[in-house]
Design a protein around this ligand. Structure first.
Ligand SMILES: [Zn+2]
Length: 241
């Protein structure tokens, strides 16, 4: 199978075309978190042909993951998520270079990794990791896509160097999507947010402007809202960058 036939739907699509697909094929992308959001993100990035995808996760597969984390099957329970995901994704598209890091990332670890990445996506499930990702990406001047989902609600945004950062937006809003492992998550909401993160990433890599904004999904009414992302001149994280 040739690359041109695999990606023909992109190559023939006017806003993407050969140049846009080449941007995707050349991209070196990192993904933090291989849960409900991360599984959807990884599958779309890999099937669309990103040049390389580096996966970061420290967890093992548990039975309660299987309802929405579709890279894993019942026989994978107890195995490392990174290893199972790599093997499934490699079978999906052998043209993508996959690298795995079985580690709980912090700012310092990510900063070293970002030297060889063009874009990072954070699909982790906690505020502390998002803050570490924000700081590392500010320091390395690498754009990143944030995604979070809980219960019936999801949020996502693309943060670019020079624009508003995560801490500009989430000073007070951090409680909006609190870390609450027992709160539950509707399976399809995780999928919708994960695929939407991949959408923002692929648009960016293809050179298309998706605009700026914090995208908020309400799963009960099945509606999206877009809130302005405004840089805070007094932000403790990005004011000096
Ligand atoms: Zn900021």
């Amino acid at each position: 199978m040739s690359a041109s036939s695999r990606y023909s739907a992109h190559l023939g699509l006017e806003p993407i075309g050969t140049a846009g697909q080449q941007g995707i094929l050349d991209a070196r992308v990192g993904l933090v978190g291989l849960g409900g959001l991360g599984c959807a993100v990884a599958q779309y990035l890999v099937s669309s042909g990103v040049g390389s995808l580096t996966l970061f996760d420290f967890d093992t597969v548990s039975e309660s993951n299987l309802a929405r984390q579709f890279l894993y099957r019942p026989e994978d329970v107890g195995l490392r998520k990174t290893e199972v995901a790599k093997s499934r994704l490699a079978a999906d598209n052998p043209q993508v270079a996959l690298e795995i890091h079985d580690v709980r990332v912090d700012q310092e670890y990510l900063e070293a990794q970002l030297l060889s990445l063009d874009l990072l996506l954070d699909a982790s499930d906690n505020y502390g990791t998002r803050q570490a990702v924000n700081r590392a990406c500010l320091s390395a001047r690498v754009p990143w896509v944030m995604g979070a989902a809980i219960r019936m609600e999801g949020q996502l945004a693309l943060f670019k160097p020079g624009g508003a950062c995560y801490s500009c937006v989430y000073r007070e809003a951090a409680q909006m999507l609190e870390d609450c492992p027992g709160a539950g998550i509707f399976a399809s909401v995780a999928g919708i947010v994960g695929v939407s993160m991949a959408h923002l990433a692929l648009m960016h890599l293809a050179g298309l402007d998706s605009g700026t904004g914090l995208h908020v999904f309400d799963g009960r009414s099945n509606q999206w809202q877009r809130l302005a992302l405004t840089r805070n001149p007094h932000c403790p994280e990005c004011a000096d960058t």
